[in-house]
Unconditional design. Sequence first.
Length: 348
Amino acid sequence: GEKDAETLIVEVIAMKDVVEEGEKCLDKEWVMKVFDNAMTLMENSDLRKIDNKEIKEDEEVDQSEIEVMNDENKKENELQLEIAQLIGVLFKHHPDEALSIVSLLYPGYLSDMLKPEASNHQRKIALFLIIDMVEYLGYCRIAALYPQFAELVLTYTGSNDLGTKQACLYGVGAIGKSAGEFFPHIADKCYTVLNKAINTKKPDNTDKKRWTRITDNAISSLGKIIKYQKSVIPDLRSAVRFWLSKMPLKKDVEEGLIQNELLADLMLENAALVLGENAEDLDSIVAILLEILESKQVNTMITLKFSKALNTLAGIDAIKERLGKCGERLDGEQRRKLEMCLQLANNH
């Protein structure tokens, strides 16, 4: 008999692990095999969803059967998201081998899933795949399609479907990372959608956690643009200040690590960019540090970078004095955290 969605989810996750573990050792033929397999699984899942829909619409069907069908379709949707992730890891780990997949997905398949009559779920899957192509293939590999893909990502940051919105706001950071020389053409649009997302108040009927994740994605995308597109941001200091005023992230631990490492790197590379010419933002940087030190949003390596940066700053007389004054305003626990951080570089 045919396997059910739940069994297939386990199998797809296992395949995804193989692709991730196998990193670079898969050849093109193997990559295409995994892709064909994934698309067959996706088509069969769609067929099962159509069957379930027909059963539901039958006049004789009772409520309990309808509930079973709804549950099954929920599982199919989960399966389809896992399949999309499997295709995504092909792009991530085998960008060159997977390049010929692009024309098999777009326009064709993905364009159908972005039509107005498509469901939110279909649209989300299409955008997940487009974001993966943007992030992992980049402008250097798909220059002809990249502008269209970037436009789609930017447009759907305004979606009312929260999952789509969250993914596309992550996608803006992927654009910052992978757009290369194309970035100046869409820079303004990127700033506009991120600004809007970061400054929009949570709508009343929206889950607070979900909204926080959406805002976190927008803040971290701004951070990535600062990291990868420093040379083309018109007023870099203002962009950095705005980004810092929203830091640290509230919920997203994985992205938090990336953002906090970026902050540490910036402090080491160009302290004036982070603190201002006269270190006028020192207090707010210390406040961010006190929030993230010893939390899941840093690891030893990131803490060590902060330690080196702080020690360098403490070697500048004017800043040393400011740090001292800042320390006087802290409570015992905060002071301990800051001193531990300062000590770390000396122990290494």
